[in-house]
Design a binder for this molecule. Structure first.
Ligand code: GSN
Length: 242
């Protein structure tokens, strides 16, 4: 009954119609975090169910390449609303916009973009950490913690204080909050206790982690992926020739 009603209602709405026809978004990536993890986070936070098709071998990637479905011969690729989207940021912007997580006007969007890009830069350092040469790893880890605590976390702590609200932008949950929580948890995996000098961020972490969709994603058995181990990194090197 519900479904029929929705179909009728969406008859004149291209987007909703194509969503029903296209089904759940389908994510094409390896069975690990990498660039896809933020997309998983955003969909999960928005309460959107998604399917995953894992690239386990170089042959799996070659198949996608031979099928001509990767615009720039790269993944992440997400099938959504009849599109085969690539480019991580484009995918994230589309999802954030579609599910009302991208601010109410251009200025809010600009702030969300700035906060998101900061968290992306920090997560990028962590993402590339396992690929660093063994003899620079310790130094690199120290740099990650230094950057987190002296460059990035102070900005978000200050923003929460200035806003006086629960969220970074517009007193409403946005992509920026979701992305920041992902970054905070990644930093804490590198070094527990890194948040200790940031009381507002600690409270923020507790609050955002308790949003029902996010709480569910943080529980075991969700589609959230574990940190990469050596076996995963070795396989990724083979798949992508790195
Ligand atoms: O953000 C993006 O989605 C793109 N600007 C970069 C995507 C990318 O580099 N994808 C890698 C695998 S995921 N790791 O970073 C990839 O598909 N590499 C194969 C290649 O031929 O570039």
């Amino acid at each position: 009954m519900m479904r029929r009603k929705r179909l009728q209602f969406s008859a004149g709405k291209g987007d909703e119609n194509s969503e029903i026809m296209a089904g759940k978004p389908k994510l094409h990536y390896t069975r690990g975090r990498g660039r896809m993890e933020s997309i998983r986070w955003l969909l999960a936070a928005a309460g959107v169910e998604f399917e995953e098709e894992f690239i386990e071998t170089k042959g799996d990637l070659d198949k996608l390449l031979n099928d001509g479905v990767l615009l720039f011969q790269q993944v992440p690729m997400v099938e959504i609303d009849g599109m085969k989207m690539v480019q991580t940021r484009a995918i994230l912007c589309y999802i954030a916009g579609k599910y009302n997580l991208y601010g109410k006007d251009l200025k809010e969007r600009a702030w969300i973009d700035m906060y998101v890009e900061g968290a992306t830069d920090l997560m990028g350092m962590i993402m590339s950490h396992p690929l660093q040469p063994a003899d620079t790893k310790e130094k690199n880890l120290a740099l990650i913690i230094e950057r987190a605590t002296t460059r990035y976390f102070p900005v978000y702590e200050k923003a929460l204080k200035a806003q006086g609200h629960d969220y970074l932008v517009g007193n409403k949950l946005s992509w920026a909050d979701i992305h920041l929580l992902e970054a905070i948890l990644m930093v804490e995996e590198c070094k527990p206790g890194t948040l200790s000098a940031f009381p507002l961020l600690q409270a923020f972490k507790g609050r955002i982690s308790n949003i029902p969709t996010i709480k569910k994603f943080l529980q075991p058995g969700s589609q959230r992926k574990p940190p990469p181990d050596e076996k995963y990194i070795a396989n990724v090197r083979k798949i992508f020739n790195i």
